[in-house]
Design a protein around this ligand. Structure first.
Ligand code: DOR
Ligand code: ZN
Length: 345
């Protein structure tokens, strides 16, 4: 049997949600990753260091006894975030970044920023403190085509922002277009990007395959095949500006399989296996470890993990659902096979 051994990976973009009903979700991540950057888009959002500390404790309470998993907390940037809160975050050992959602861009983004100029003081403080800004990079203008929102954001918001604050440390999250890849490549080392497994594996046809597929609906939305190829090229190129961030985003089945379903794809049950499939598809398994386990901690100025994981080439059937909140979540590849399996020690 083919097997690969990797330094234990980290997930640099993860939605865990909150409360006792997320236990399975937390366990899935802790079984794979040593650390994860935890998204703050709860309802209400995590906007202060105090709230992030409390959320971190609730996550720690749900962890299995035998894990050394570490949640790396983030704050949610609003029009009202103060410079004082930024300084407090920068000084906290548990807060690693601040997340910026344009208001209305995605799930629980109602408190996001309405105009980049409203947060320029907070961003200037972040630049000074070298605290990374994590960006959901899409404009929300209803007149902009949903497939173009990332490119328009880069040209009209992100590029001008970096002209103003050239040393700001930025992660362009879940890049979905060649435009996003090219932007990160031509930026300085202070700008990086995360790539999800689902954007590496699927193009936009997957949303409509045999009928509408709510479990393939996420934001930014899946793009056409040429963009998927650009993401795969970047992930497997050995360029340290690109690293793993699943954007695993569970929603209750009833909130997906309904009129006006929520955006989000749940991949935490098989995250590293799905990346292995994507890398194998272009014969680049030798590039997986650096993408999954080295470049992320290097960017975040944290030590690389010393623990290892073993992946085996063996097919397994993904269950139809996992328990989540008072219902269940339908995982990516439900009732289908995945060709790699993390060995459970
Ligand atoms: O598909 C998504 N789901 N994209 C996001 O940006 C947010 C996420 C969520 O929280 O459900
Ligand atoms: Zn996300």
């Amino acid at each position: 049997m083919q097997k690969i051994i990797l330094a234990q990976p980290d997930d640099w973009h993860l939605h865990l949600r909150d409360g006792i009903g997320t236990r399975t979700i937390v366990e899935h991540t802790a079984a794979q990753f040593k650390r994860a950057i935890i998204m703050p888009n709860l309802a209400p959002p995590v906007t202060t260091v105090e709230q992030a500390e409390a959320y971190r404790s609730r996550i720690l309470d749900l962890l299995p006894a035998d894990t050394s998993f570490e949640p790396l907390m983030t704050l949610y940037l609003t029009d009202k975030t103060t410079e004082e809160e930024v300084y407090k975050a920068a000084e906290s050992k548990n807060i690693h970044a601040i997340k910026m959602y344009p208001a209305g861009a995605t799930t629980n983004s109602d408190f996001g920023i309405t105009d980049i100029n409203n947060v320029i003081n907070a961003l200037t403080a972040m630049e000074k403190m070298e605290l990374p800004l994590l960006i959901h990079g899409e404009v929300t203008d209803a007149n902009v085509d949903v497939f173009d929102r990332e490119a328009v954001f880069i040209d009209t918001v992100l590029a001008p922002l970096l002209d103003k604050l050239p040393s700001l440390r930025v992660v362009l999250e879940h890049i979905t277009t060649k435009h996003g890849i090219d932007f990160v490549k031509q930026s300085g080392k202070n700008v990086a990007g995360t790539l999800t497994a689902h954007h590496l594996l699927l193009n936009r046809n997957a949303i409509f395959q045999g009928g509408i597929q709510p479990h393939h609906y996420c934001l930014p939305i899946l793009k056409r095949e040429t963009h998927r190829q650009a993401l795969l090229d970047a992930a497997t190129s050995g360029d340290s500006s690109f690293f793993l961030g699943t954007d695993s985003a569970p929603h209750e089945i009833g909130k997906k399989e309904t009129a006006c379903g929520c955006a989000g794809i749940y991949t935490a049950h098989a995250a590293i296996e799905l990346y292995a499939e994507a890398f194998e598809s272009v014969n680049a398994l030798d590039k997986l470890e650096a993408f999954a386990s080295h470049y992320g901690p290097d960017f975040y100025r944290l030590p690389r993990n010393e623990t290892k994981i073993v992946l085996e080439k063996t097919e397994w059937l993904v269950p139809p659902a996992y328990p989540f909140q008072t219902e269940s979540v339908v995982p990516f590849r439900a009732n289908e096979l995945i060709s790699w399996k993390l060995r459970s020690e």
